[in-house]
Design a binder for this molecule. Sequence first.
Ligand code: FAD
Length: 451
Amino acid sequence: MELAAELLDLMGDETRVITQASVVERLSRDFYWYSPVLRELLDGKRADVVVQPVSTDEIRAVLRYCHAHDVPVTVRGAGTGNYGQSVPLAGGVLLDLQRMDRVLDISDDGVAECEPGARLGVLETTAREKGWELRCYPSTVVKASVGGFLGGGSGGIGSVAHGGLRDFNTVRAIEVVTMEAEPRVLMHEGEAVHDILHAWGSNGVMTRIWLALAPSVEWAQCAVSFRSFEAAFAFSEQIAVRSHWTKRLVTVFEWPIPSFFSPVRTLLREGEAAVFLMIAEAQRAKLEDAAMQANGNVTLSVAYGGLKSTPLLSDYTWNHTTLWAMKADPTWTYLQCGFDPARATEQLALLKTKYGADFLHHIEWMKNGAGVVFPAAIPVVRFSTAERLNEMIDYCRSIGVGVANPHVNHVEGGGRYREDNVQLQAKYRYDAKGLMNPGKMATFERREVTA
Ligand code: FAD
């Protein structure tokens, strides 16, 4: 029997086993096309069939079948990853978890329990109703899933205060289904969550997730314009590093990046750098004062009304900035950098001197796992060739700027791989045949499977 028919037999619901070419094609893609390098590599790759399970038992049944028949499986949340994380390289089954989307509980001490397909935006809204909020979320919050964020994301809005997903025990526990002859359902807690985090679904399927939340804050959104990038950066640093400011977002854009944000043009001043912030509503007036003292021009200062706010400043930050740049001119692409807080001004200047208008500074302040607030960055860079992009990456590294390369399609290349190889070791334990998202963990070598 052909693959789809066998799966239909297992699932017993034809609406959840999809073979229609256009749908399979669409669900096999993510935002890999952000990268001109990945576009060439991944265009046209697709699964053979999409299945949409509604329970852990169904997932186990699909994995059991795929293990027995050597069928590759790629997990998909909402498909908003930008490195082709959920693009199947070897066909097979696309396990689309969008129907497992329940927020199951928000405990009194602020831990959310959810299914993997739960939308981060739904979780944020539900949590806020109970006095909590996400510690950090990507700018794709409305669409992205909790499982996809853990599988392929890293941080975002909130990271200036709470670090990234891997920090401060934010991910409390993960339930994982293994790819074995008899798939097991295993609990990963504490340090063991790092076996699964950011492994691109290459070593198991997350079926339940426990995330620590933060007490909710009444936020305000502010935009401040500065004549020079240096002045904008210096102001942003004061807000980001000083602990008396309660903040969720501190972003800096060099001109002409603000000119790409067509829906909020009125908030921006021609030729000027801009700082976008989410700051505690209680500190809004104080922030306006601080901005004026720094010779900034406050162009927006409003209470935040949740993810449906208009404008929603976070829609222009993190990796959304790149999207706006590419809309304005498709030859823009991006890098993901981490500056040394002690040398950032010098490093930023060195990059400007070397690359001029081909390297536009976009800073996202963030806290690292040691509690140090530092300027992370998603610079908008001009793409000409892959060699030139690699040369930029090499130069960044040569001056002490860390780069997580977003133009490679394997876990190890992206810069979030654990040096102690725990994700790879988990792959050997849970997916020894190498059927989960094959090709995405480059250091994996298939071994003889006895069971
Ligand atoms: P998907 O793309 O569906 O999956 C991501 C990876 O996780 C894939 O490898 C997939 O196989 C795996 N996966 C999904 N579900 C599971 C599961 N249940 N078990 C095991 N593996 C699983 N990322 C950030 O970190 N911060 C940002 O601020 C940010 N901004 C972005 C802005 C734009 C405009 C875009 C296009 C992307 C951005 N991203 C950002 C990347 C991406 O949106 C986020 O990482 C998001 O959380 C991914 O969620 P998803 O549900 O779309 O995951």
